[in-house]
Ligand binder design. Structure first.
Ligand SMILES: *Cc1c(COP(=O)(O)O)cnc(C)c1O
Length: 458
């Protein structure tokens, strides 16, 4: 009997060693670009023509598969870390975090249980503890890194409802969650999955939710409200709700308080905006996405609970093959969200934090906020442009006077074609506008001004 695996693709050979070097070289080159090409989307017809039959019985061989990726597929993916990528929420991983994502990939660590991943889970928990401290939650708080804010919000709401179920006698006719009309779409998505109702509270003219509006919503909602969600930095405008007021209303009514800070909660790290987050410490749970404004690669959401035991009661999966983990009493990250098998997706952020220190994070977030304020000032000074709202964190929404959606679309396509920037049209109250979401410290004021200069009628 030979010791060689029969499955050739698991055997080490000069070929696999060479491919290893080639793929690592590719990754190195991708990291060395400054700036990385922005690239462009392609049609399916184009991709089918240029990358035909890649999945077949014989395989292409690594060289050819890598060539197809490097020459055809990768250029058809936008580089979300390009300094001119300013749409939606970009990403701007530090080199340390990207490097460590490679290490996570190479390490086959099971992140669901302490038994299997204690070292990595310990490191992830150090990061969660730092975030909890910054937010003002007690030392006994804890949680887990999940795939994204959507899953983080769902997991927190499931824990909240489970807690309400165990506390009250009898079920309400409908379970309800209160959030702002400007809350992220993922709250509504979670409500559909959970078959619960969303009661919308009205924000003020600037899009900020106040305690009084939550009180009003509680009155209209009637029975069955188990959670109140505040947004710490709306995705569209970066507006932070009145976190303390809303938290106090939640406390008064003994209702779970969840703070959705997927994008904005990182603003807590900047001295200039820290005050806006006053009251986060009242939260029963919060989320913040490292892949948005904490300079980590896709994908990661930090989900933190004031009392992790409540989340564990809601989320632990029981099964014969899992009992040995569950009964051991150790800290198993899987128990704290709607997930089981998990990548240790908090580890890239841990490595970068351990490398650079938390002050470097405050500096980077502060820099983005300064850049946002500086470009907002340029917009104020230009007669043809107008701010839609005063920026609060690092999102700047503005319009070009007289432009219709057609004008924005035409300009946006040209800008992408030129490789300078990716800035898509948006809208507010039916009026088209556009927006810069600035989370990349490589995004300079100079580049933003250059992009403004391309907004011409022609
Ligand atoms: C982006 C965002 C989400 C969703 O997070 P994903 O990681 O995209 O799933 C939720 N809430 C807010 C406020 C966000 O900005």
């Amino acid at each position: 009997m030979s010791n060689k695996p029969r499955a050739a693709m698991h055997a080490s050979s000069p070929d696999t060693a060479r491919l290893r070097e080639k793929v690592l070289d590719y990754a190195r080159e991708r990291m060395e670009f400054d700036p990385v090409p922005l690239d462009t989307p392609q049609t399916e017809t184009y991709l089918r023509e240029h990358a035909p039959n890649t999945v077949n019985s014989k395989g292409l061989g690594g060289d050819e598969a890598l060539r197809v990726f490097a020459e055809v597929l990768a250029p058809a993916c936008l580089s979300t870390d390009h300094p001119g990528y300013l749409s939606f929420i970009p990403t701007a991983p530090t080199e340390a975090s990207t490097l460590f994502d490679l290490v996570v990939s190479a390490s086959s660590i099971y992140g669901g249980s302490w038994l299997e991943g204690s070292g990595a889970v310990f490191a992830e928990n150090e990061v969660l503890a730092w975030l909890a401290r910054e937010a003002g939650l007690p030392e006994t708080s804890g949680g887990v890194f999940v795939q994204g804010g959507t899953l983080g919000n769902l997991s927190a709401l499931v824990a909240a409802r489970h807690t309400a179920m165990t506390l009250r006698n009898g079920r309400p006719e409908r379970w309800k969650v209160i959030c702002s009309a400007e809350a992220h779409s993922s709250i509504k998505a979670a409500a559909r999955v959970m078959d619960i109702d969303v009661v919308l509270a009205s924000p003020d003219a600037n899009g900020r939710l106040h305690g009084q509006a939550v009180r009003d919503a509680l009155k209209t909602a009637g029975d069955g409200v188990f959670a109140i969600v505040a947004t710490a930095g709306t995705t569209n405008f970066g507006i932070v709700d009145k976190l303390r007021e809303i938290g106090e209303v939640a406390r008064e009514h003994k209702i779970w308080y969840h703070v959705d800070g997927a994008y904005g909660l990182a603003g807590l790290l900047a001295p200039a905006t820290r005050e806006l987050f006053d009251g986060t410490e009242l939260a029963d749970s919060f989320i913040v996405d490292p892949h948005k404004w904490l300079f980590a690669p896709f994908d990661a959401c930090a989900l933190v609970y004031r009392n992790p035991e409540l989340a564990k009661a809601a989320h632990t999966q029981h099964g014969e093959y899992l009992d040995t983990l569950t009964d051991g009493g150790a800290f198993n990250p899987s128990d704290y969200a709607y997930n089981l098998t998990r990548r240790v997706r908090g580890l890239p952020l841990w490595f970068s934090l351990a490398t650079h220190g938390t002050s470097a994070y405050s500096d980077a977030v502060s820099q983005n906020i300064e850049t946002a304020n500086a470009i907002a000032q340029v917009i104020r000074e230009r007669d043809d442009l107008e701010l839609v709202r005063e920026p609060e964190l690092s999102v700047v929404v503005f319009k070009k006077k007289g432009w219709t959606l057609v004008d924005y679309d035409r300009w946006s396509s040209k800008l992408l074609e030129s490789g300078v920037g990716f800035v898509v049209p948006s809208s507010h109250k039916g009026e088209p506008n556009t927006r810069f979401a600035i989370v990349n410290p490589r995004t300079t004021l100079k580049l933003l001004v250059k992009i403004l200069d391309t907004m011409k009628d022609d």
